[in-house]
Design a protein around this ligand. Structure first.
Ligand SMILES: NC(=O)c1ccc[n+]([C@@H]2O[C@H](COP(=O)([O-])OP(=O)(O)OC[C@H]3O[C@@H](n4cnc5c(N)ncnc54)[C@H](OP(=O)(O)O)[C@@H]3O)[C@@H](O)[C@H]2O)c1
Ligand SMILES: [Zn+2]
Ligand SMILES: [Zn+2]
Length: 352
């Protein structure tokens, strides 16, 4: 074991503070990464504050962070994919059994024995896994991704969650040229969804509660922007969408969006509000519409997404912050006051 610097929360009401954690020495198949940037996902905030306690209670102390990019500093004897000095990235998962039907299908995100990057049982050290708000992490090479060299690293970090979480359902539901696609909520996930839908050639419509984001939405690739609190503007789109991706982190009226789907249209939730949403079954029946959800994406698809971003030079729009500003950043995230993702510069941990 060795010591790493990190930021952790001691309880659901405590702020994140500087701490020291243990990381395992590399075993045969492990890669040790010096973390350069880590994005701040709204899921970090949900979990630090134990807002998902009914589904996945938080174990404290909690070191969040699952949008990690860095440089390889050490590799285990059997590692073939990486060598010291390589760029590397880690997303929301760090392990799975590798043998179940989901793993065999390359869909590790559904593996019943999958290990999340933080707040999962740590099979090596006991206790729970600790995430990327740290200067170092050790991960099995199967769960370490390659980062295209042309991408800005601070902006590449959020691809590891916000990127794959929006890319995967768009690929699954066939977003392509000729389709009309909606994106609900222009936050960290939503702004990546707009970039992907636009690059995949779809007619892209953004639904936002923030009129001030309209110009940005158009710049990011939207063809149209609808202020979702304007019922008349919403009604103009009734029955017209092939696919809608909903990336809202709070309670909201989902039926207003189901009614915008055409026959056989689908709305997929990636946003994860802690309370259940009431769904109008009649809105689904009339139109044979479907309502579904989607978690992150498998490792192969995450690499495919990173390579796609490399080819199209896609990264997140980030505000880079030192780790000392993380608590302020959480408060701003709750007010939708970030364009459009915070990325923590881990060099700032040296001052701790
Ligand atoms: N499924 C998965 O695998 C997965 C992965 C990552 C994250 N998530 C979840 O996805 C959600 C979004 O994450 P994020 O990091 O993108 O968060 P975020 O940056 O805070 O963005 C959420 C956006 O939702 C909109 N919004 C916020 N409150 C709202 C309200 N009360 N009513 C309507 N709209 C509201 C805002 O957009 P406007 O200002 O444009 O309205 C806001 O920018 C979170 O719940 C997160 O936990 C899920
Ligand atoms: Zn996330
Ligand atoms: Zn498995």
């Amino acid at each position: 074991m060795y010591k790493a610097k990190a930021y952790s929360a001691a309880s659901e009401t405590a702020p994140l503070v500087s701490t020291t954690i243990s990381r395992r020495e590399v075993t045969e198949h492990d890669v040790q990464i010096q973390i350069l940037f880590c994005g701040i996902c709204h899921s970090d905030l949900h979990q630090v504050r134990n807002e998902w306690k009914e589904v996945m209670p938080t174990v404290y102390p909690c070191v969040p962070g699952h949008e990690i990019v860095g440089r390889v500093v050490k590799t285990g004897s059997a590692v073939t994919k990486f060598k010291p000095g390589d760029l590397a990235a880690v997303g929301c998962m760090v392990d799975s059994d590798g043998t179940c039907p989901e793993c065999e299908a390359g869909l590790e995100q559904f593996c019943p024995n999958m290990t999340l990057t933080y707040n999962s049982r740590d099979k090596h050290l006991g206790g729970v896994t600790y995430g990327g708000y740290s200067d170092s992490i050790v991960v099995n090479e199967r769960f370490v991704l390659r980062v295209p060299e042309n991408l800005d690293l601070a902006g590449a970090a959020p691809l590891l969650c916000a990127g794959i979480t929006t890319y995967s359902p768009m690929r699954h539901w066939g977003v392509t040229k000729g389709k009309k696609v909606g994106v609900v909520g222009l936050g960290g996930l939503g702004h990546m969804a707009v970039k992907f839908a636009h690059t995949l050639g779809a007619h892209t419509v953004v639904f936002t509660t923030s009129p001030g984001k309209k110009e940005d939405a158009l710049r990011l690739g939207a063809d149209e922007v609808v202020i979702s609190r304007d019922a008349n503007a919403m009604a103009k789109h009734t029955g017209s969408f092939d696919f809608i991706l909903d990336a809202v982190a709070a309670e909201h009226d989902i039926n207003a969006y189901i009614n915008l789907l055409r026959r056989d249209g689908n709305i997929t939730m990636v946003g994860a509000p802690s309370k259940p949403l009431p769904v109008s079954v009649f809105a689904l029946i009339f139109g044979r519409r479907s309502f579904s959800g989607s978690p992150i994406g498998g490792i192969a698809e995450t690499q495919e997404m990173l390579d796609f971003c490399g080819r199209h030079n896609i990264t997140a729009d980030v505000e880079v912050i030192p780790i000392q500003k993380v608590n302020e950043a959480y408060d701003r995230l709750l007010r939708s006051d970030v364009k459009y993702r915070f990325s923590i510069d881990m060099a700032s941990l040296k001052a701790e």
